[in-house]
Design a protein around this ligand. Structure first.
Ligand code: AMP
Length: 280
């Protein structure tokens, strides 16, 4: 497995791979890799000849009072996990190569980013689309693999790829969960054991909600009320939003239409912000 840090080296290597006819898959990450990330590497390996895992904690997607500085960084362990999982290249660019002094170009999607996390994290998706387009231009992937865990991110990236005619296929991997149902996340590292137990109410609430939909409930209000109630039983959990939205547009649903929507939740578990969702 190669470890590449230079942006220029990564780009010329990727151009070489592409011209020799290899299919490239990119798995963009911010590191602190867990099974959720590694499951995306597995998907990438099935679909492509060369798998590039990018590890870059992207400052432009963090708000001024967010956790950029304390975001967990563990590059050596991450490299080992990528090697064990069979990635071909880890791309770990330095900050000053991704955003040199005077950097001033950003990608803005105007509609999908309006609601949900776009409200509580106003610059977040601009940072995500910008860094993803940069990573696509540097690594030239035929396929880029993202996780359903970040449902709004998936919708925004699909839209950017379509709107900007980016020649890459976007593949979405299912949300990977620990045995108790908590979606794996780098931010779970912030949770104390007690907070982690409280955080289990997120998947519990989503599971109850999905059960209601499967049994034929079509009222958005009823399902949201049930989720809010289940979350409220955990004293350390504060709801940021609970919404049922269209999977592509992220617009709130008026009634439940199975097969087209996703139930999305964002909460604070004391100081830790967690998101999760379930397809319905
Ligand atoms: P991050 O390092 O948090 O930026 O995540 C990198 C990629 O991994 C994104 O496409 C995420 O959606 C995906 N991801 C994060 N957690 C999970 C999970 N539990 N299951 C599947 N994919 C995940």
């Amino acid at each position: 497995m190669q470890i590449i840090q230079s942006v220029n080296e990564m780009q010329s290597h990727a151009i070489g791979l592409r011209s020799s006819g290899r299919l490239i898959a990119l798995v963009p990450t911010m590191g602190c890799l867990h099974e959720g990330h590694l499951s995306l590497i597995d998907i990438a390996k099935e679909k492509a000849d060369k798998v590039i895992v990018s590890i870059f904690v992207n400052p432009t997607q963090f708000g001024p009072n967010e956790d950029y500085d304390k975001y967990p960084r563990m590059l050596e362990a991450d490299i080992e996990k990528c090697r064990e999982r069979g990635a071909d290249i880890v791309f770990n660019p330095p900050l000053n190569e991704m955003y040199p002094d005077g950097y001033s170009t950003y990608v803005d999607e105007d509609h999908i980013t309006d609601g949900l996390c776009g409200i509580s994290r106003p610059q977040h998706f601009r940072g995500v689309t910008t860094v993803c387009l940069k990573l696509f231009n540097i690594t030239r992937p035929d396929i880029a693999v993202f996780g359903q865990k970040d449902a709004q991110q998936c919708a925004v990236i699909r839209k950017m790829v379509s709107d900007l005619n980016i020649p890459a296929e976007i593949v979405i991997g299912p949300t990977l969960r620990d045995e108790d149902g908590l979606a794996t996340s780098s931010r779970n590292a912030y949770l104390t054991p007690l907070q982690r137990t409280e955080a289990l109410s997120i998947f519990k609430a989503l599971t109850i909600a999905k059960g209601m939909v499967d049994e034929g409930v079509r009222s958005v209000d009823r399902v949201i009320a049930e989720i809010t109630h289940t979350l409220s039983l955990s004293r350390r959990v504060r709801v940021i939003y609970v919404q049922i939205v269209d999977r592509d547009t992220m617009k709130p649903a008026r009634e439940i239409l199975p097969g087209k929507q996703v139930i999305t939740v964002a909460v604070w578990v004391e100081q830790t912000r967690l998101i999760d969702n379930i397809l319905i």
